[in-house]
Ligand binder design. Structure first.
Ligand code: NAD
Ligand code: ZN
Length: 358
């Protein structure tokens, strides 16, 4: 039996390299030789704490790129050797949500690298994966595979950036400069936002936010976000505020920082109950927009990268081999670390380059 190397999650703190059976594609499916898989905050969450969303044993990972390696019967939308990235939900295509374009929340879906859907579904910290062809997104020749692994988190930020009533030139406040906030800033800049403010507690992240396009970085340990927003908008407030952190207080800040009739976009997964008076929202005609993952926005995000409008290289801080996959997670879990996106390089293509870690 042919084997492939995979990184298996066996519960918090436990990731082990194993040999699993090499899969072959069935009708409508494709086998992808994975090249890169980036660690998502949600993968890291599973590594830190047990969750029903990640039932071990499980191969984590959904931020990937790879090369089409074997075609199943009837697949004519992709060719052997094609470079691809992925759109994680494996949706049914038949339910009301799928028929209306909301396949990201298909109730019958499987979701790559977690147990969120109808069953658990192994992900892409592996040498190979078999997926339905419809979940794969071709990468243009001028987008390299390393950057291709970041299309998924980019699409989250890209969708959030223009969700609702986005207008070119508008002033936007992004709360939180983690990978998702930074991807949102990159997208806002590419989409033609006017002034971009960004708040965080980490000076290093704010510096990167400024490098990537935030005009006004706000360290909330030293400055009051509301005061800065008012100063920067002649007292009006932001046209939109995008919440890219799970801190409950960010919800109140976002409402207060946004002008009346503006958009508050909720991307951060605030997990606790929060109290608010609906009049504070309704009385100012504020639109609260939830932005859960994305659908075909990933196609536009890939196109933006291909056109050179979104530079992804600064997002990558470290690269590890699959054998050292656990070290990639440990690097991100270390207190006070300066990592942004950490990528696992399945075949060691980047060995010896500046971001390679042993
Ligand atoms: P992260 O934890 O790396 O980044 C969050 C950042 O927010 C950190 O830099 C932190 O210092 C900062 N922060 C914390 N409290 C803050 C505050 N009060 N004001 C300003 N900044 C503050 O997380 P990430 O990977 O960037 O993800 C951000 C959020 O987006 C998470 O909640 C994640 O679950 C969520 N997420 C949502 C989707 C979606 O589809 N909607 C997809 C992926 C991630
Ligand atoms: Zn469906």
């Amino acid at each position: 039996m042919e084997k492939m190397k995979v990184l298996v999650y066996h519960g918090p703190g436990r990731l082990e390299v194993e040999q699993w059976e090499l899969p072959h594609p069935g009708p409508g499916e494709v086998r992808v030789k994975i090249q890169y898989c980036a660690v998502c905050g949600s993968d890291l969450g599973a590594y830190k704490n047990a969750s029903d969303r990640f039932r071990p044993p499980l191969i984590l990972g959904h931020e990937f790129s790879g090369i089409v390696d074997e075609l199943g019967e009837g697949v004519d939308t992709l060719r052997l050797g094609q470079h691809v990235c992925g759109n994680p939900p494996i949706y049914c295509g038949k339910c009301w949500y799928c028929r209306h374009g909301h396949y990201n929340i298909c109730p019958n879906r499987l979701s790559l690298g977690n147990s969120v859907g109808v069953d658990k579904c192994n992900g892409t910290f592996a040498e190979y994966i078999v997926l339905p062809a419809f979940t794969l997104v071709p990468l243009p020749d001028n987008v390299n595979l390393l950057h291709g692994s970041l299309m998924e988190p980019l699409a989250v930020g890209y969708h959030a950036a223009q969700n609702g009533n986005f207008q070119k030139g508008e002033t936007v406040t992004v709360i939180g400069a983690g990978p998702i906030g930074l991807m949102t800033i990159l997208s806002l800049r590419a989409l033609g936002a006017g002034k971009i403010l960004c708040s965080d507690l980490s000076e290093a992240r704010l510096q990167l936010a400024a490098q990537l396009g935030a005009h006004v970085p706000v360290n909330i340990k030293e400055q009051d976000l509301l005061e800065v927003v008012r100063r920067e908008t002649d007292g009006l407030g932001s046209d939109r505020t995008i919440i890219c952190t799970d801190a409950p207080s960010s919800f109140y800040q976002a409402i207060a920082a946004t002008r009346s009739c503006g958009d508050v976009v909720l991307v951060g997964m605030i997990q606790s109950k929060i109290e608010f008076c609906p009049m504070d929202i309704f009385g100012r005609d504020i639109n609260i927009i939830s932005s859960y993952t994305f659908t075909d926005e990933i196609l536009e995000a890939v196109e933006m990268v291909s056109q050179g409008k979104i530079p992804l290289e600064p997002m990558i801080s470290s690269i590890y081999s699959l054998d050292h996959g656990k070290a990639a997670f440990d690097a991100l879990a270390a207190p006070g670390n300066k990592e942004v996106k950490v990528v696992v390089d399945i075949w060691g293509n980047q060995k010896g380059t500046a971001k390679w870690r042993e």
